[in-house]
Write a protein that binds this ligand. Sequence first.
Ligand code: GLN
Length: 207
Amino acid sequence: MAELLLSGNSKSATKARTVGVLALQGGVREHAELLFGLGARVTYVRTAKDLVGPDGPRVDALVLPGGESSTIDRLLRIFDLFEPLRATIASGVPTLGTCAGLVLLAKTVLDPAPGQQSLGLLDIDVRRNAFGSQVDSAEVDLDTADGPATVAFIRAPRVDRVGPSVQVIARRGEATVGVRQGNITGIAFHPELTGTTLFHRNLLGIA
Ligand code: GLN
């Protein structure tokens, strides 16, 4: 009741948003902890039922974490989650993909693992592992469209083509490493490992 009275007709901060974190493989917990810290409810998405109920999406926003995109893709299809996830994001549920999550969202993966598919929701071409291997990991300060951010690059992809409706939100040198198309944001790096909250706050702001 208090929540109803306080929130009025705006989706104010009094109503905690529920964020689904895809939890098949990769850096799931760091995203969940960061989102908790921002006052969100977090659910782990492992099956279609975690994502969609009889009345529509069970989540107000989604995070696709980093990890290994070819593994996450394979697990999505094994667990019959690929199509429901694609449909939920296509329906407009605000989504943040980091690193492998960015690869998953892309229309084209230029150097896929054998059989690797992607959701095809961001009109971009990505190249995996564009900044070298695990030993080339780096903590980097970036100026992004959402503000200055200290982030980690770990076997990170790079965006080699952006479609006309895609906004570039971050570059590292000449390389495009952050994009936005409507409610979908894809970043090649990990803000959750350096405690950078601006991308998650942006996600909650539009959820
Ligand atoms: N190189 C990985 C891939 O292609 C992504 C690495 C990461 O998410 N940190 O999926």
